[in-house]
Ligand binder design. Sequence first.
Ligand SMILES: [Zn+2]
Ligand SMILES: [Zn+2]
Length: 81
Amino acid sequence: MSNTNSNENNCNQCHEPLAWKAGLYHCVSCNQDYKKISFCPDCNAELEKLQACGATNYFCNTCHSLKSKSRVSHQFKSCTS
Ligand SMILES: [Zn+2]
Ligand SMILES: [Zn+2]
C-alpha cells in the first residue's frame, strides 16, 4: 500500500481533496458525495465507528471486538441517494 499522499481524503475518481459537508465527504469536481467506511482487518466486515473521550475506536460486529485504528482500512464509497 502506498502512502505518499499526506491527505488521505481524496476523491476516488479525480483525486481532488474532498470537502467535509454535513457528515459526508463531497467532491466539488465530480459533484459526488462520499461516505468513509472502515473495514475489519481480520474479516473485512464494515466496522462501527465509536467515538469516546476524543479517541476513535472501531468495533467489528462480526468479530465482536475492538480494532485498533492503525490496522483498520478505509475506503470512500459514493452515495447515490
Ligand atoms: Zn472527484
Ligand atoms: Zn471482524
